[in-house]
Structure formats: structure tokens, C-alpha cells
Write a protein that binds this ligand. Sequence first.
Ligand code: CMP
Length: 140
Amino acid sequence: MAVTRTFSIIKPDATRRNLTGGVTKLLEEAGLRVVASKRIQLSQEQAEGFYAVHKERPFFNDLVSFMISGPVVVQVLEGEDAVKTNRDVMGATNPADAAEGTIRKTFAESIEANSVHGSDSEENAAIEIAYFFKPEEIVG
Ligand code: CMP
């Protein structure tokens, strides 16, 4: 299996509870390497653009409000089959459905305040990485 990259966000519910290290520890223990990372405050426009695919969903406005409610940590993760490895360690979107030991089972508060975002495909990973990082900011 090839070494690939994915994109991750540590969401405001996790940064608020000082869980940046706790989340990152689980990512690293799953075999992922943080090759870029920055803590930022998303603007409304940035959050709306990032989640544009969900624009018609009933939860869109709440999602955007939540994502700008505090700082996030955007990261590029590298590892074997990184998209799947990351999705496995994140666990199900709804923490009530997430498996033991996953990030969302361990830390998430609700389906909205679910501590992490991860790309759902390699194609989207490339788009999402480019949304936040210049190539020279990623050091593998
Ligand atoms: P994320 O991977 O960041 O992508 C979209 C987010 O919408 C998702 O994680 C959830 O946190 C959030 N969300 C809020 N409500 C819902 C819902 N009812 N169904 C799916 N996702 C939801």
C-alpha cells in the first residue's frame, strides 16, 4: 500500500477542551505523521467555502457557526493509505456510532461537535490540502 496524504481538522470543541495533543497522539499511534499543521481562526467565508458541498443540507448554517466558534488546527497527515487510515481512527461521524478507541468515541461531544474532520477520498484530500496549505508549508 502506498504512502499518501490526507487532510484533517481538529475542530473547535477539541481545541476548546485542550485536546489538540490528545487527538494528535491517536493520529500518530494509528501510523499517521503530521507533515503540516497550523492553528487558525476560520472566517465565515472560509468555512462556507470549505463545506460548500453541504450547502443544501439542513445543518449547514449550524455547522458553519460551530466551525467559526473557536480556533481549529488544520493538518496534513501522511501514512500508508492515509485517507482510510485516518477515517478508521476518527470513527463514525456520530460519536454514538463510533467504535471504541476511535477519536470520536474518545473525545466527541455530538454529531456536530465531533472533534475532527477528515477527507473522504484522495481527490478531496488534494482539494482540501490546497485550500489551506501552500506546497512549501508541507514538509514530509
Ligand atoms: P465533517 O466530516 O466535518 O463533515 C460535515 C460535518 O457536518 C460532519 O463532519 C458533522 O460534524 C456535521 N454534521 C452536523 N450535523 C450532521 C448530520 N445530521 N449529518 C451529518 N453530518 C452532520
